[in-house]
Unconditional design. Structure first.
Length: 139
């Protein structure tokens, strides 16, 4: 789950009255970004607009241990899906829009390196898909 997905998920949990919230961790693509790196300025800005404080958020690289400890891993892109499966995530790593909707995935554009509008669009899409995800999990 990307840092942006994690922030959106944490923001939406209280509104959904989830009694036992899941553990949410961000883990960016292993090939990009620094381990323990801060959120980008643009990501922090979009977080503030949406009521999410991302100033203390730190990235973590995906590892086989993280994958092993997880029961469900939602990723934004097919590339992330492949990497998660290579780390032992077969059957528990899914592209979020496919898992949430039950339809073939299109993926969600990763805004990393993009402008403010790209981050806003991704946050909007994540919010929509996370609503569907909650609906699926709650049955």
């Amino acid at each position: 789950m990307s840092d942006m997905e994690t922030a959106e998920l944490r923001r939406s949990i209280p509104a959904r009255s989830v009694a036992a919230p899941p553990t949410c961790r961000g883990a960016p693509k292993p090939s990009r970004g620094e381990d323990n790196g801060p959120a980008t300025e643009v990501a922090v800005h979009v977080g503030v607009e949406r009521g999410v404080d991302r100033t203390g958020q730190r990235s973590r690289k995906s590892t086989a241990a993280i994958v092993s400890e997880s029961s469900l891993i939602c990723v934004m892109t097919a590339g992330h899906l492949g990497q998660g499966k290579q780390m032992g995530g077969r059957g528990k790593v899914h592209v979020i829009d496919e898992y949430a909707s039950g339809t073939p995935y299109e993926g969600i554009a990763d805004p990393y390196g993009g402008n403010l509008d790209a981050y806003r669009a991704t946050a909007d899409t994540l919010e929509t898909e996370l609503e569907k995800l909650f609906d699926r999990i709650r049955g």
